[in-house]
Design a protein around this ligand. Structure first.
Ligand code: NAD
Length: 397
């Protein structure tokens, strides 16, 4: 993963005319903190925090609790966070942390102790102006609450601005849960506006792969804000539902424990989602959803990447050659990190904004990012992804 990340940044930097010394400086990690955490019962875990680039502001990025966390993985993910925050235009750098652990094997008490001891190990290297972690794989608001409480106990800092993704009670922000899905809707709306895309179907037809957190809020936002768009298909890992009367009712059915196979509508296998006759395919499930094996099935003209890396390199090349437009993950799924930044700002300013204030700011950042990416791509004859990465690199150097 680290190698692939470095290769793609190097290729983009070379296109910008950067020399090897400049590229090496861009790839260089500022710091990798590695330490052991020992619980009172003797269980031991390895922990990391990678800090990539602080040129634009404090390091920002999640902490994951997973058995497969490695130093290389957190380094790659921290580097990608620097690119993402720069591509969006946030005054933040890139960081990522992790603990090599399967949290499902811990009791609640052990999980709390692990979270608090992670903070003790990193106390000198994090802080509101230094490094601001957030939830990631297998971490959540409860874990951030323990961490911010521990940081406050150790340092006396009462801003709560050292961690984002906290509960509302401990300084979290309105709108965080919906942010990535909602940000995806704003990205799509802005892309349609700036590109002058000629809609083939009225209303605009959309298929959504994945109805977890991101897919759910994408669908709910479309239904609340866009009478001129229609979700005509949606899928989970087992099935695709076609032409539901109301897509959010399908989501609610699944959340209540229902199986899509039993939903009262046309039910197809999961991979039928790709072949739907729609304008937009939203990829909100997992990485490498579209590969060499299924790239030819894709019918939509626009692909919105809400998952990270949902289209592999070979498939991307094929789809672009066949006239598809891909709105890249680095911008399309940035709603979460934007609202994380807004949470930090609220904490720093000792404020609690309304949902409307948060969503208005989210919209401003998303619109600016999509517009700048589109303009750059047109001016330099690049793909949208190349444009977003080029803009990010320019802002990082
Ligand atoms: P989630 O675990 O809540 O949901 C993922 C959904 O994908 C699940 O409902 C699962 O059933 C479904 N799925 C798995 N395999 C599938 C398949 N083959 N076909 C269709 N559906 C399938 O996760 P999430 O938080 O919604 O995140 C989705 C993606 O977005 C992930 O790649 C994540 O890294 C990325 N992402 C999430 C956020 C965020 O704020 N949650 C931010 C940026 C990126």
């Amino acid at each position: 993963m680290l190698q692939t990340t470095h290769q793609s940044i190097t290729a983009a930097a070379k296109r910008l005319g950067m020399d090897q010394a400049e590229i090496d400086a861009l790839l260089q990690l500022d710091a990798l903190h590695q330490f052991d955490i020992t619980l009172d019962n003797g269980k031991m875990f390895t922990a990391f925090r990678a800090q990539h680039n602080k040129h634009r502001g404090p390091y920002k990025g999640g902490i994951r609790f997973h058995e497969k966390v490695t130093a290389e993985e957190v380094q790659a993910l921290a580097t990608l966070m620097s690119l993402k925050t720069a591509a969006i235009g946030l005054p933040l750098g890139g960081g990522k942390g992790g603990v090599v652990v399967n949290p499902k094997e811990l009791t609640m008490g052990e999980l709390e102790e692990l979270s608090r001891k992670y903070v003790r190990g990193l106390q000198q290297h994090i802080g509101p102006e230094q490094d601001i972690p957030a939830p990631d794989v297998n971490t959540n608001a409860q874990i951030m609450d323990w961490m911010v409480d521990e940081y406050e106990a150790l340092t006396g800092d009462q801003s709560r601005a050292t961690f984002t993704g906290k509960s509302l009670k401990l300084g979290g922000s309105q709108g965080r849960e919906a942010a990535t899905g909602k940000g995806g809707v704003i990205a799509l709306r802005e892309y349609l506006a700036v590109s002058g895309y000629e809609i083939q179907h009225k209303p605009l037809k959309i298929a959504v792969q994945g109805i977890g957190n991101v897919g759910e809020y994408f669908i709910r936002t479309v239904e609340a804000e866009h009478a001129d768009w229609k979700i005509v298909a949606l899928s989970d890992s087992q099935n695709t539902i076609v032409n539901p009367d109301d897509a959010s009712r399908v989501v609610a059915f699944k959340q209540a424990g229902g199986k899509l196979a039993e939903y009262d509508a046309e039910v197809l296998p999961a991979d039928a989602i790709f072949a739907q006759d729609v304008d937009v395919l939203v990829l909100a499930a997992l990485d490498n959803a579209i590969t060499d094996n299924n790239k030819e099935k894709v019918h939509a003209t626009i692909l919105l990447e809400l998952a990270n890396g949902p289209i592999d390199e070979a498939a991307e090349k094929y789809l672009l050659q066949n006239g598809k437009q891909i709105i890249p993950d680095i911008i399309a799924n940035a709603g979460g990190v934007i609202v994380s930044y807004l949470e930090w700002r609220q904490n720093m300013e000792r404020e609690q904004w309304s949902l409307k204030q948060v969503n208005d700011e989210l919209t401003i950042y998303m619109k600016q990012a999509v517009e700048a990416m589109y303009r750059y791509a047109r001016q330099h004859n690049t793909t949208l992804k190349e444009a977003a990465i080029a803009l990010a690199i320019k802002r990082l150097t």
